[in-house]
Design a protein around this ligand. Structure first.
Ligand SMILES: Cc1cc2nc3c(=O)[nH]c(=O)nc-3n(C[C@H](O)[C@H](O)[C@H](O)COP(=O)(O)OP(=O)(O)OC[C@H]3O[C@@H](n4cnc5c(N)ncnc54)[C@H](O)[C@@H]3O)c2cc1C
Length: 404
């Protein structure tokens, strides 16, 4: 006779939330922008694992004035930068920025502004809620969520993966894995002291081999001093590199203030993987970092996440209304915009990740000869055919010389 299990109770089924048209996983710039570009009557739900929008900060927030203006971000969300100094171990390049103005975003304010753009839509924002996975059922997608009130399920027509490097939705459905190659960064944010509030510093070489370091003044009287590395190209710890940098005397050479009281630490992860053309998997679509949309040269992904998020929101609005080609167009237009530039940018990134300190000295000497427009184009991963041809020719020439 089977033994009875006195305490075994059937597990309660998770409560179902009201169905929606579009479930968006991730309340970063990509997910929030998808929601804001959906027609207001489309029922959407954003699932965000953090307790607040825009906190904790996991990014530096460098962007470009022309882009943030075109995206309609309020002036209170950014702070202009008018000069830059680029350092390797023994070289420096200085640029006065006159036409390609850089900005430091107030990341928290920017993300909150993006959230406010869909406040009057039929959308629910579930904070402190973790997306746990999905299954297809009868042409729809049923997802499991862990909310502060317990496990819930939610049925949606479309599922958007805007979960950043986690690729949480694609992973749960076996459509993709988080990329193995990632940029991992750490930032110390502290009072600016006497640093020029409109000067950004980038540094390459022994303190940030395989990626780079930066010092970015914010509009709030602080500076964000960061170091990133690319894994698995480098096995170094960003924190140890940062401590080594602080102990090295380089802060003084670069004219940067030293961290003291009131320091805050930010950290984050960014995919550093080639752009992949497939963004649409039936009714599951990816955008932002989960689709490798950050620039491969500097790892700048906020403006691209906003722009592509809005494009996806518009396409989804059309798809919900019955337009069957809208999502394919989103995929095609994204490939047109990113594919060629990002392929070349990724090649540049992979080569630079193997540079030693002497290579970086040579690179900074080359950078010094660039004009402002060419420097901006390289940083933005926007390459003209002559730039690509020149770089390929140089690379072939140095390989030939290496062989002879
Ligand atoms: C150290 C560092 C510095 C950077 N500096 C810059 C810079 O200067 N300029 C720039 O433009 N870009 C920068 N980036 C890149 C930029 O941050 C990203 O490209 C951008 O944030 C991508 O936006 P996203 O919405 O796609 O993803 P994210 O911003 O990563 O947002 C995804 C959100 O989804 C949430 N989430 C993940 N999994 C789940 C889940 N299972 N359930 C619920 N929620 C989930 C996460 O908590 C996260 O908040 C930097 C990145 C790093 C790591």
């Amino acid at each position: 006779m089977p033994r009875s299990l006195p305490n075994a109770r059937p597990k309660p089924l998770p409560e179902a939330l009201p169905d929606c048209d579009v479930l968006i996983v991730g309340g970063g710039p990509a997910g929030l922008s998808v929601a804001s570009a959906l027609p207001p009557q489309v029922r959407s739900v954003i699932v965000h694992q953090d307790k607040e929008i825009g906190l904790p900060v996991r990014t530096s927030g460098v962007s470009w004035l022309a882009d943030v203006q075109a995206l309609g971000l309020p002036e209170a969300c950014y702070h202009p930068i008018y000069r830059t100094d680029i350092y390797s171990d023994h070289e420096t390049a200085h640029f006065e920025i006159t036409s390609h103005t850089v900005v430091a975003l107030d990341v928290t304010a920017t993300y909150r502004h993006l959230a406010s753009l869909s406040e009057d839509h039929e959308r629910r924002l579930l904070l402190n809620t973790k997306y746990r996975g999905s299954r297809h059922e009868g042409g729809q997608i049923v997802s499991r969520l862990r909310t502060p009130e317990g496990e819930k399920t939610l049925r949606a027509r479309y599922l958007v993966d805007a979960s950043g490097w986690h690729c949480a939705a694609l992973q749960s459905l076996g459509l993709a894995q988080p990329p193995r190659r990632r940029a991992v960064g750490i930032e110390y944010e502290y009072p600016l002291q006497d640093m020029d509030p409109h000067r950004v510093v980038l540094f390459f070489g022994r303190h940030a081999l395989s990626a780079y370091g930066w010092a970015l003044p914010t509009g709030a009287g602080t500076v964000r001093l960061g170091i990133g590395i690319i894994q698995p190209d480098s096995t170094a710890s960003p924190k140890e590199l940062m401590e080594g940098f602080l102990a090295s005397g380089e802060l003084e050479r670069m004219g940067l203030p030293r961290p003291g009281d009131g320091m805050h630490v930010n950290a984050g992860i960014l995919p550093s993987a080639p752009y992949e053309r497939q963004l649409v998997y039936g009714n599951v679509i990816r955008v932002g970092d989960s689709a490798n949309m950050a620039t491969p040269t500097l790892g700048e992904g906020i403006r691209t996440a906003i722009a592509s998020g809005r494009e996806l929101g518009t396409a989804l609005g059309a798809a919900v209304a019955g337009n069957e080609t809208a999502l394919a167009r989103y995929e095609r237009d994204s490939a047109k915009r990113y594919e060629r530039n990002y392929q070349f940018g990724f090649l540049t990134n992979s080569r630079a990740a193997a540079y030693g300190p002497d290579d970086w000295d040579r690179a900074v000497r080359r950078i010094r000869r660039l004009d402002e427009a060419s420097l901006a184009a390289a940083f933005r991963s926007e390459f003209t055919w002559p730039m690509i041809a020149r770089t390929m020719a140089k690379s072939a020439w140095s390989k030939l010389r290496g062989r002879s």
